[in-house]
Design a protein around this ligand. Structure first.
Ligand SMILES: Cc1ncc(COP(=O)(O)O)c(C=O)c1O
Length: 380
């Protein structure tokens, strides 16, 4: 802890008031939130609130056990059926968080006879999932399919390839079609984490695999989360029926943890119904992402134009912290992201426009970033 403090890298919690609304306050200071993953603005949607509250009153709170004990409810089954419809998938298995879903999938697909090939910049939950799967783990250079193929060629074990589809710190897309071709050529499972893609990209917000036209591949397993664009909590594993069987037999993170709470199941169902009925929200968040990137244009912003993860890379960790603090003073809650969440020298503030922001708010935060950035450059 002392070393972390000395390096200026201590992580701190910042309580906010006002619930999940975009307009919040921290210690009495009003701020517009630009650091949430609530990309479609559904966390505070009145229909999601109502469904969640009604479920709590009618059904109760906790799932009361692991899905294999008492924690699998008719409502959970109904959510899984709705996900199968939405995703056009043979099976969907609900699990309490995206983190656990990633762990459970790699526990189910991996093992001592398997080798997992994981992108260098995959999310921490995938890194931990690789470790907990007891597989050989091979890290390939970020989005480098030649490097991945070279590693696949020299591997004697059963291959599993795993990648984020939208990388959560850069807003960059994986080459999902290229990964699928390599998986086919090498007889590998392909696991895609669509946490930041569901509701954000692909036709009607179906994600990157649907966009690439590979969503129905037999060797594909996808993790989608309710905790980002759906504004709720929890996740699901989507894929073939045997994938569900494998999860129920071998996915320890699913088997040995309490099922998703009933109000959260109801919230996810309501949010999914809104996503299906109002695809214009997906177009709106993409437009907002483009708008914010354009407004920040003189700065070098990584990522895909329509993806609502907009990083302003400062390099230096202290600079990211100072920019975060200056933006809070200006009335915007953004988040400095520093090592080890990103590689050393790649500190940044990570901004996330949502469908619920107004264009005036996008322009205002961009103007504040320019102003604070200039002031920091001048004072250093
Ligand atoms: C790419 C990615 N996968 C998985 C997760 C974990 O999802 P959850 O927050 O539902 O546990 C996250 C969230 O931080 C994420 O960014």
């Amino acid at each position: 802890l002392a070393k972390q403090e000395a390096a200026g890298l201590t992580r701190r919690l910042r309580p906010r008031s006002g619930g999940s609304d975009l307009h919040t306050s921290l210690g009495g200071r009003p701020a517009v939130v630009f650091s949430s993953n609530d990309y479609l603005g559904l966390a505070a949607d009145h229909r999601v609130r109502q469904a969640t509250a009604a479920a709590a009153l009618a059904e109760g709170m906790g799932a009361t056990g692991s899905p294999l004990l008492s924690g699998y409810h008719e409502q959970t089954k109904a959510l899984e059926a709705e996900l199968c419809d939405f995703e056009d998938s043979p099976s969907a298995t609900v699990i309490s968080s995206g983190y656990q879903a990633n762990v459970a999938v790699l526990q189910a697909l991996g093992g001592p006879d398997a080798a997992i090939f994981s992108d260098q910049l995959n999310h921490a939950s995938i890194i931990d999932a690789c470790r907990l799967s007891r597989s050989q783990v091979e890290i390939y250079a970020h989005r480098d399919l030649d490097h991945l193929e070279a590693k696949l060629k020299t591997c004697a074990k059963r291959p599993v390839i795993v990648s984020d589809t939208v990388f959560s710190m850069d807003g960059v897309l994986a080459d999902v079609g290229g990964l699928a071709s390599l998986a086919d050529r090498h007889g590998a499972w392909l696991m895609l984490d669509e946490a930041h893609a569901t509701g954000v990209t692909g036709p009607g917000g179906l994600g990157a695999a649907a966009q690439a036209g590979i969503a129905d591949a037999d060797n594909l397993v996808r993790v989608i989360t309710f905790s980002k664009a759906l504004g709720a909590q929890g996740a699901a594993v989507v894929g073939g029926k045997e994938v569900r069987q494998l999860l129920l037999q071998r996915g320890r993170a699913l088997i040995f943890s309490t099922g998703l709470a009933l109000p959260s199941v109801a919230g996810a169902r309501a949010a999914l119904a809104i996503l299906a009925a109002e695809p214009e929200r997906v177009a709106r968040v993409a437009n907002h992402a483009r708008h914010l990137r354009q407004a920040l244009a003189p700065l070098d912003i990584p990522g895909e134009p329509g993806i609502p993860i907009v990083p302003v890379v400062t390099g230096d960790a202290e600079r990211a912290t100072l920019l975060d603090a200056a933006l809070l003073d200006a009335g915007f809650l953004v988040q400095a992201v520093r090592p080890p969440s990103v590689p050393p020298g790649a500190s940044r503030i990570r901004m996330t426009p949502t469908a619920a922001h107004t264009e005036a708010e996008l322009d205002a935060v961009a103007e504040a970033v320019h102003r604070c950035w200039e002031r920091l450059s001048y004072s250093q």
